[in-house]
Ligand binder design. Structure first.
Ligand code: AHM
Ligand code: MG
Length: 341
């Protein structure tokens, strides 16, 4: 077969195993996650025809552990990921944005050595309006000797992740993956039913003229964030000396996917509305997997004061401020924060 033959996710993972980057157990675990994402992609793609839009629960909306109203697709995606991963034998436990606590793999199934965390359907506010949403996942090692992991065993810093990725359900469905040796993108070939490698070793440009932030929160931000964005908006005449463009999809997967494709900075800073919780986005299944993907593509990820992957989690649903993307721009945003402190 010629070396230019299309490379499926299956082949890519086998080659990563042969290169010594992953073992067979992790390879099969990633295959299972990818298979579940294909099922979610089909459900998302059916939209109103599948009867899956709108709020979960009857009458009053169903509320998750985050205090947010769950959508039918949030619940369905969570169930798809749980069901697909429970019996494979690669996992010791699972944790999800949609569940109060981590779950050990049921006793009826063999247990593996890994822990899986996921946000089953990120970008919930975009589900009913036909805008890209996605699944984010992170894989950790289960601490040795632990057979029934609880929340405490998941509390590992992001640099301990052995794999991370997301699937974006957009005009095409794409899986973006790292096992710690670069960040690679796969596009779902819907006819064949396989993810095909379409971009090896993504590289985020170090400099950018594009930023992503929810500007409606401006008045609630901390002073250093106010100063940073004011200087971005000042354009060529301001201290940054260049005009910036802004994009905000309000689906982290879509915003991060754009940044992995053409650069930029994504931020969800601390604001007065989310200060008590520590931020809006979740460390374990949003910020950390994205931070690993971005670092592996030559970018940077920070809380504004600390490298994201070094944050030691205190609890499963911990929230953090997030700055990630083009390296120089993230460093600039961090400088505004640290110089102010
Ligand atoms: P979700 O997991 O409940 O969907 O919330 C996370 C989402 C991110 O995808 C996105 O970046 C952010 O929330 C959007 O927030 P906002 O509604 O403030 O624009
Ligand atoms: Mg989310």
């Amino acid at each position: 077969m010629s070396s230019t033959a299309p490379v499926s996710l299956t082949r890519f993972l086998i080659e990563e195993e042969r290169a010594g980057h992953i073992n067979a157990e992790l390879r099969l675990l990633i295959e299972v996650v990818a298979r579940a994402c294909k099922t979610i992609s089909i459900a998302v793609g059916k939209g109103a025809l599948g009867g899956v839009l709108g709020d979960a629960g009857q009458g009053a909306a169903q509320i998750n552990v985050q205090g947010e109203a769950q959508k039918k697709l949030d619940v369905l995606s969570n169930e798809i990921l749980l069901e697909a991963n429970a019996w494979g034998g690669h996992l010791a436990g699972l944790a999800s944005e949609e569940m109060d606590h981590a779950q050990p793999i049921p006793d009826v199934y063999p247990r593996g050595n890994y822990l899986l965390l996921f946000d089953p359907l990120d970008g919930s506010s975009n589900i009913d309006v036909n805008i890209s949403v996605g699944t984010i996942f992170s894989v950790l090692r289960c601490p040795e000797g632990v057979t029934r992991p609880d929340d405490s065993h998941f509390l590992q810093p992001g640099h301990a992740q052995v794999a991370a990725g997301y699937t974006v359900y957009g005009p095409s469905t794409m899986l973006v993956l790292t096992v710690g040796h670069g960040t690679h993108a796969f596009t779902l070939d819907r006819e064949v039913g396989s993810f095909m490698l379409t971009a090896r070793h993504l590289r985020i440009p170090e400099e950018t003229k594009e930023f992503a932030v929810n500007m409606s929160n401006q008045r609630f931000w901390e002073p250093p964030m106010q100063a940073y964005v004011a200087d971005l908006l000042a354009g060529k005449e301001g201290p940054r000396g260049k005009d910036f463009n802004m994009r905000w999809v309000a689906s982290m997967v879509a915003d991060v996917h754009r940044i992995l494709t053409r650069g930029g900075i994504f931020s969800y800073p601390l604001d007065a509305k989310c200060a008590e919780k520590g931020g809006k986005l979740r460390l374990m299944y949003e910020a950390n997997p994205m931070a690993l993907l971005v670092e592996q593509a030559g970018g940077a990820a920070s809380t504004g004061r600390e490298r994201m992957l070094d944050v030691v989690p205190k609890h499963l649903h911990q929230r953090v401020p997030v700055f990630l993307g083009s390296k120089r721009e993230v460093e600039t945003a961090v400088r505004y924060h640290t110089e102010h402190d």
